[in-house]
Design a protein around this ligand. Structure first.
Ligand code: ZN
Length: 220
């Protein structure tokens, strides 16, 4: 899953508006930031196989540190504790809890689209509902979840930027990034190039979230 993860960020933002949106955008992809780093370090393993699934060319055969269920729980707990200590002057534990949940949501949403490559426990059976084997179904889920939660986010955060086109521009960009990511490249990228592209995309999207929020409360 790619942009569908951001639906958890928008839902969390609606629940806890005091958390900056870009923090939640990093949180929901934290596990994949780590995944890309570990792939670059050669610790987690992936094969790129064009046509592997209709909506994904990744054979994710070894990712115990980032995408096993107990790992996802630990990433969420770790993020919650860290967030609490970094921002304890500004936010209550409940905000740190929401950030932790946002981190854990990554695994739950991945569960729907991944094929059976998510370990239930370390060395245990692998699960995944496999929606990526259908381009249409997986995109209906990802884009549908995103639009639904963006609607909830707008209702919860209201007003100031109703006349601004910025939110729509950024949402359009997110959907465009998703569609672009599904166009099969002329030549399959290397694993390293793919991981670097992922890191750049996740960072750029978090920057967009910062921009979106600045515009929503700002001057435009
Ligand atoms: Zn993932």
């Amino acid at each position: 899953m790619f942009i569908g993860h951001y639906s958890a960020a928008f839902a969390a933002k609606a629940a806890k508006p005091e958390i900056p949106l870009w923090h939640l955008f990093v949180a929901v992809q934290l596990v994949d930031f780590a995944w890309a780093g570990l792939v670059l370090a050669g610790i987690e393993k992936v094969r790129i196989q064009p046509g592997f699934l209709e909506a994904s060319m990744l054979d994710l055969y070894h990712m115990p540190i980032t995408h096993a269920l107990p790992s996802a729980v630990l990433w969420g707990l770790g993020a919650m504790i860290l967030y609490h200590f970094i921002y304890r002057r500004l936010t209550a534990w409940s905000a740190a809890f929401v950030v932790g949940l946002a981190v854990f949501s990554h695994w739950v949403l991945d569960l729907f689209v991944h094929t059976q490559d998510l370990e239930l426990y370390w060395g245990g059976p692998k699960v995944g509902f496999g929606l990526w084997s259908s381009l249409i179904l997986s995109q209906v889920l990802e884009i549908g979840l995103l639009l639904l939660t963006i609607g909830i986010y707008f209702r919860a955060t209201q007003n100031q930027a109703r006349r601004s086109v910025w939110p729509m521009v950024i949402i359009g960009l997110l959907v465009a990034i998703q569609i672009f990511s599904l166009i099969p490249p002329a030549e399959a990228p290397t694993v390293k190039a793919f991981a670097v592209q992922g890191l750049m995309a996740y960072s750029a999207i978090a920057f967009l979230a910062w921009l979106l929020e600045r515009k929503r409360v700002g001057s435009i």
